[in-house]
Design a binder for this molecule. Sequence first.
Ligand code: C5P
Length: 227
Amino acid sequence: MSTKPSQEVVAIVVAAGSGVRLGREIPKAAIEIAGVPMVVRAVRAMLNGGADRAIVVAPEAWVEVFTSFFTGKAERVKVIAGGVMRQDSVRLGLDQVGDAPITLVHDAARPLVPPFVVDRVIESVRDGAPAVVPVVPQVDSLRRVRRNSTVAVDRSTFLRVQTPQGFDTAALRQAHAAAGDKEFTDDATMCEAIDIPVTTVPGDGLALKVTEPMDLVLAEVIARGEA
Ligand code: C5P
């Protein structure tokens, strides 16, 4: 873990989505996995993996509740309200990063990411990569959708992108400034749009994204140590 202030690593944990696909009343990040809210697991993974502090971006109406999840951790974890699109939430988080030279952006929807993946991403940015993404191979066969048909594509030419994504903070700020209102699915894509190169490091199956109800069942089993 970094101790030098000049190398401070700040993790923005975006958790302001509603998670409608899970069909619950509460935001996805507040849902417990083996008794611990997803956002708490996500923040722990960032801090255990080498981040010095975390900015949690919560749904506006849930800032107080999310803050209560981190009682006693105020020095290292700050909770703020998010925006309409994911990138608005990231941008609001970026406003809180200050002088830290390295920023991670992590989805609270990936609560089980192993700290060694977080460490890999940080090390790659420290080694000079301005934008870093953890990736895993595509295991399913893929078909491209055409107008009236579909056609097989070579899956070995595709990788699945996970989070945390790691950035030189100045590069990430530049990418967000250039993006304006154009919507991007993630921050690395935003960097690439202004020709900032994106480096890959190996991700891990445990960094699965909880999206559908079945993902929640899987995450619960993994967190309980049954898998
Ligand atoms: O909706 P999806 O699961 O793709 O969102 C990815 C991550 O972005 C989630 O952790 C979600 O909480 C976060 N998000 C956000 N602000 C939004 C939309 C999504 O922080 N406006």
